[in-house]
Design a binder for this molecule. Structure first.
Ligand SMILES: *Cc1c(COP(=O)(O)O)cnc(C)c1O
Length: 396
């Protein structure tokens, strides 16, 4: 089957929920992927902030091979070793005491919403159930998580939404304080808004929300599905603020490409769940656990958080130099290797032209170029992306 036939076959048989680029990818290694014609691309998308160790990382591959031959799936009716080991690894390295495993970011956020409601129910009864979330946030595509997502474009056509959500502008402490009522059970937000366009709040913002949540005795829930597992240069985004949330969700980079999600909480909050309250057939599956253990251990043992920080700083510096040359670049911002360029024009064309020149980047919210490369990139890889952007922007 040639490329055209393959794309036609896909379009004929797969539901029309994605607008895809017209390339067929067949292979990945490190920071590179190849299409069906053998063309090579430098991948600064990483499957949307997922493959932080690069494609087919040897340790993740080895862990998956070993596990697939040993035990693939048994359900949560039984104990398995990989699940206990990953839970310990995550609680040892975070604020959390307990973990619930699932398979995606949306599911992790569903679990967080359920736990927050259950905790509030036990503490204060039926009237405390409201969650405050942020405008321009993104929390997933299930009914509860599109409700939590403060963007109408994700909700349009799917009403009625879930009850009990209110929205305030991101990075606005007054609006947040004013939105808290007797019904509020928690505040849910991303430390840096990802799909919203890599929006970084003021330095004191998270700490102020932490204080607000203590004062009102409500839960602080951080969606670290995109920021978590090192993306911002620390293992978790909240570490930059010197605070500890009550609940945190993870997914994207946790398994370096193997689907896995997790919802973590303090003992105090986690106690609201008892057997029967929440479950997932695939959650904590041995293969997913093996991939995640290998991913987290590799990041910690190989000092990749520092590498992420350093490459990110270099990348930001080079982008700022590029900004002085090209007026269409309005703003450059980022933390670790979660980096964006705010443009004065639509970014779609730029992404397409970079792709033709062998560089994969992403555009979010129309006018923001997003870069979420693997941590294993070199400064030369950054230079290649900068050179390609320079050429592409020359004619804009
Ligand atoms: C991607 C993302 C999600 C949704 O994750 P899925 O695995 O696609 O369900 C939720 N929250 C944030 C912050 C994300 O970036």
């Amino acid at each position: 089957m040639n490329e055209k036939e393959l794309m036609a076959l896909a379009d004929e048989n797969i539901m029309n929920t994605y607008k895809r680029f017209h390339i067929v990818l067949v292979k990945g290694l490190g920071q590179k992927v190849w299409d069906v014609n053998g063309k090579e691309y430098l991948d600064f998308v990483s499957g949307i902030a997922v493959c932080s160790l690069g494609h087919s990382h040897p340790q993740v591959v080895a862990a998956l091979k070993e596990q697939v031959e040993k035990l693939t799936h048994v359900s949560n009716l039984y104990y398995t070793e990989p699940q206990a080991r990953l839970a310990k690894l995550l609680t040892d390295n975070s604020f959390a005491d307990k973990v619930f495993f699932c398979n995606s970011g949306a599911e992790a956020n569903e679990a967080a919403i359920k736990l927050a409601r259950k905790y509030a129910h036990e503490k204060s009864g039926d009237d405390t159930f409201e969650l405050i979330t942020m405008k321009d946030s993104f929390h997933g595509r299930t009914m509860a998580t599109i409700t939590a997502t403060g963007q109408e474009k994700f909700q349009f056509g799917f009403t009625p939404l879930l009850e009990g959500f209110t929205y305030v502008p991101f990075n606005d402490l007054n609006a947040l304080e004013n939105a808290i009522t007797k019904k509020t059970c928690g505040i849910m937000l991303e430390p840096i808004q990802g799909e919203g366009g890599v929006i970084i709040p003021d330095v004191q913002y998270l700490a102020a929300i932490r204080e607000m949540c203590y004062r009102h005795d409500i839960l602080m829930i951080l969606d670290e599905v995109q920021t978590g597992i090192g993306r911002t240069g620390k293992l978790f985004g909240y570490e930059h603020s010197g605070i500890r949330p009550d609940i945190m969700t993870l997914a994207k980079a946790l398994g370096n490409g193997f689907p896995v999600g997790a919802m973590l909480a303090t003992d105090k909050v986690a106690k609201a769940f008892s057997p029967g309250n929440h479950a997932s057939t695939f959650g904590g599956n041995p293969l997913a656990m093996a991939a995640a253990i290998a991913t987290v251990e590799t990041i910690l043992q190989e000092g990749l958080l520092d590498v992420c920080q350093k490459r990110g700083e270099y990348f930001l510096t080079q982008l700022k130099k590029l900004q002085t040359k090209h007026k269409v670049i309005k703003e450059v911002r980022g933390m670790g290797l979660m980096i964006a360029c705010g443009l004065t024009i639509e970014g779609g064309d730029i992404v397409n032209e970079c792709m033709k020149k062998g560089v994969l980047i992403n555009c979010t919210g129309g006018k923001t170029l997003r870069f979420v490369p693997p941590f294993i990139i070199s400064n030369q890889d950054v230079d290649q992306v900068i050179n390609v952007l320079d050429e592409v922007l020359e004619v804009k």
